[in-house]
Design a protein around this ligand. Structure first.
Ligand SMILES: Cc1ncc(COP(=O)(O)O)c(C=O)c1O
Length: 401
């Protein structure tokens, strides 16, 4: 059977990793992978997470099965973190959630849930987008449609183009949005723009599907939820997927939340939840528990929660200072450049204004590696690398102009 595969093309992210691995240049610089690294380049674990793990290890525990819905305490505390203020203000709103093995699995299960209920729904995704995210929807058998979101060449949010394209959405379609710190562009809508998107979804009967993977990396733990919460107050139903990977630095532990929101909680929310449970069980049976236990421990303890929030403040401020440093370095080297987009965007990522050919030149001439769409991760930049990146970027841009 395996010999049926004659040739297999790696997807762009796998191909990038292979090129990086095979490059023997000792000074190669990996700005690609989307995890948080500290100034020393280490994938550091938050001390609130280490403290939570120690507490868990010191307690008697069993390793019995939980359920396809995962860890109930994690669900309860995550729901409180995400939706408490909305639930207080919207008496008709109901939320039902499951714990998933991360937001990736949440997208996949959410996509299959939609496919089961509405097989002809189309999923509207931005150009550019995080490639892996689209696979989850395609693999569930849903048709993808695209809308312009960000002009890579001119580093510009294409909000009006996006809204015109979304006029084509039909009732029952799904609109895929990133709740904060857009991957790959770092470009988030303002609250006013969130409102306009929500009103469009509401008038067209479109289901928003909001993926929040970087809570705390944009404006703050609570502030990063405002767009999603505004959306939840204006539409009838929506799906929200949240990752605990980056916000708690527990990437490989695999914990995330998938929530069904309805502003008619007396309606079919409970049946929808049972379908969601069955879809999850049919995919992976049950999610792993350790990451969910860590998060539940932190969120259930006031002091530990405060420490976690402070640690995210430090991460966020460091990322912002690296954004400002790269902007200042580029503009100081070439005053004709306007790199202000770097400090207006949120979270770890930005796309540098480089064509695919120019991006390859960055790799081959300067050993600087980025993900597709010239996406860089500021957390991988470190202070002493900004000059090297700015120099290479300007050399390539100015040569080719
Ligand atoms: C937008 C987005 N959603 C989901 C994920 C995956 O998150 P998790 O590790 O929770 O599966 C990522 C990770 O890069 C992401 O950027």
């Amino acid at each position: 059977m395996f010999s049926e595969i004659k040739e297999y093309l790696d997807d762009p992210i796998e191909a990038f990793q292979l090129r990086l691995k095979n490059d023997k240049n000792p000074n190669k610089l990996d700005l690609g992978l989307g995890i948080y690294r500290d100034e020393a380049g280490e994938v550091a674990t938050l001390s609130s997470v280490r403290e939570a793990e120690q507490r868990l290890a010191s307690r008697p525990t069993d390793k019995g099965y939980r359920s396809p819905m995962g860890n109930a305490v994690y669900i309860e505390r995550m729901e409180k973190l995400l939706f408490q203020s909305s639930l207080e203000n919207q008496p008709e709103m109901g939320v039902q959630s499951i714990q998933t093995p991360g937001a990736g699995a949440g997208c996949r299960v959410g996509a299959e849930f939609v496919k089961r209920l509405s097989p002809t729904s189309r999923v509207w995704a931005s150009i550019p987008n995080w490639g892996h995210q689209l696979e989850f929807f395609e693999n569930a058998g849903l048709e993808l449609k695209y809308f312009p979101y960000y002009d890579l060449e001119n580093s510009r949010f294409q909000f009006s183009e996006m809204m015109s394209a979304l006029e084509e959405m039909q009732e029952g379609d799904v609109l895929l949005l990133h709740g904060c710190c857009n991957n790959p562009t770092g470009q988030d809508p303002s609250l006013e723009q969130w409102r306009a998107i929500a009103e469009l979804c509401s008038s067209k009967g479109v289901l928003p599907f909001v993926d929040i993977a970087y809570q705390g990396y944009g404006d703050g733990v609570d502030e990063d939820l405002l767009g999603m919460q505004l959306m939840a107050s204006l539409v009838r139903e929506m799906i929200v997927v949240v990752s605990s990977s980056k916000s708690f630095t527990i990437y490989r532990e695999r914990a995330g939340l998938l929530s069904l929101i309805s502003n008619d909680k007396a309606g079919s929310l409970n049946n929808a939840y049972r379908l969601l449970r069955d879809v999850a069980r049919g995919n992976y049976f049950m999610p792993p528990d350790h990451g969910a236990e860590i998060v539940a421990e932190i969120l259930g303890d006031e002091a530990l929660s405060a420490e976690w929030r402070q640690e995210l403040d430090v991460i966020r401020e460091r990322i912002y200072s690296l954004r400002a440093l790269l902007r200042d370095t580029i503009e100081a080297m070439d005053p004709s450049q306007d790199a202000s987009y770097l400090v207006q965007q949120k979270g770890m990522f930005s796309c540098l204004p480089l064509s695919p050919e120019q991006q390859m030149e960055m790799e081959q001439k300067y050993g600087i590696y980025m993900l597709p769409n010239a996406r860089i991760n500021f957390a991988a930049l470190a202070k002493d690398k900004a000059e090297r990146v700015a120099k290479a970027l300007l050399a390539i841009k100015n040569n080719n102009n």
